[in-house]
Design a protein around this ligand. Structure first.
Ligand code: AMP
Ligand code: MG
Length: 334
């Protein structure tokens, strides 16, 4: 059953993975409107619910084991659906185990440091999931499309001259390699939206009063740089999908499908880590048994010494009776 689920997830996400070393041309290689043929929206909703439950379980184990952390980098064009995906995919997860960090135009203090500095400040700890809503990849995306931003980064001449993007790809790959060697899995998701869907979503933000706040006229102006962004995305995918931190291109035109894919990639990564609840040793077991005796002795007169154990025993007896065909009156249909 669990293996079956793992296989289904692996099959779903395999076509989305950018094989390390391949050259990507986004428009040719990935369709923003793709939805796996073996899925319809209704099956998809069930699958998303299953995926969300799986994430809840694995996140609890990740936190308990306290050895691995997971960094999820979300990149997209405006209106790609990052915010909604975070809300849906992470619903139900213990908020103590997850930190979401958004990255906007860098502050003066941030510009006063190396370009990876502000991202390093926000890395997850062991046992935690960190979500980057935009990430260090902005440094080879918006900064590449608008080279005047690079000029504002106070860099020495050699660091912004010829070969700057190749160098940044290498530095980012090295940084992620270092993180993964040290117990932090880096998961990279690019939400691939079509130009027409972006237009429609922008219009929705213009038309609906409670969406107006999300819209800035500048977002629409950025559409003039569409081809430059497509090229920057393609280069980023070609140069920074690595065996230790591969990119997944999430088809983003259908939000329901995008969310299933995202939860699939996260579940797949967590299954790969396979975090376990820590084993309790003999000394700890002895301590627990002694504590039980002490607490049972404190039961008030007439109270069950251990009400929790009693309810567990009752559950077990009920299950046993059901197994042997006996009816307990609770399940008239069985
Ligand atoms: P939003 O996430 O829609 O609120 O917008 C954040 C804005 O910050 C976007 O226009 C990004 O392109 C911009 N941004 C994010 N990171 C950087 C960066 N490193 N340098 C310049 N602009 C950035
Ligand atoms: Mg925006």
């Amino acid at each position: 059953m669990a293996e079956n689920r793992a296989r289904r997830i692996a099959k779903l996400i395999a076509p989305l993975r950018v094989e390390p070393g391949t050259k990507v041309t986004l428009a040719k290689d990935f369709d923003p409107a793709y939805k796996a043929g073996f899925l319809n929206k209704k099956d998809g909703e069930e699958l998303l619910q299953g995926g969300v439950e799986l994430l809840v379980e694995y996140q609890a184990r990740l936190a308990a084991q306290d050895t691995w952390g997971m960094l999820v980098c979300l990149q997209a064009l405006d209106a790609g659906g990052k915010d909604g995906a975070i809300r849906h995919v992470l619903s139900g997860i213990n908020p103590q185990g997850v930190h979401v960090s958004g990255f906007k135009v860098p502050s003066a203090e941030e510009l006063n440091h190396d370009y990876l500095w502000r991202y390093a400040q926000r890395l997850p700890g062991r046992g935690e999931i960190g979500i980057f809503n935009r990430s260090h990849y902005e440094e080879v995306l918006v900064v590449r499309v608008h080279p005047e931003i690079l000029d504002r980064q106070n860099l020495p001449a050699a660091a912004k001259g010829k070969g700057v993007w190749e160098r940044r790809y290498q530095e980012i790959n090295d940084w992620e390699h270092y993180l993964s060697d040290n117990g932090f899995k880096v998961v990279k998701l690019f939400l691939n939206l079509s130009r027409e869907q972006q237009r429609i979503r922008f219009l929705k933000r213009v038309d609906l009063p409670d969406k107006n706040w999300k819209f800035s006229a500048n977002d629409a102006k950025e559409r003039a740089y569409w081809d430059d962004y497509q090229k920057a995305f393609s280069e980023m995918l070609s140069n920074t999908s690595t065996p230790w931190a591969p990119w997944y291109v999430i088809p983003a035109d259908h939000k329901w499908f995008a969310r299933i894919c995202i939860s699939g990639v996260l579940a797949h990564t967590l299954m790969d880590i396979d975090p376990q609840y820590p084993k309790v040793d003999a000394a700890k077991l002895k301590e627990l048994a002694e504590t039980r005796v002490l607490l049972e002795a404190e039961a008030p007169a007439g109270a069950e010494p251990d009400p929790f154990a009693a309810s567990l025993a009752a559950e077990a007896a009920k299950a046993e009776a059901k197994k042997h065909g006996g009816s307990n009156g609770d399940d008239p249909g069985l």
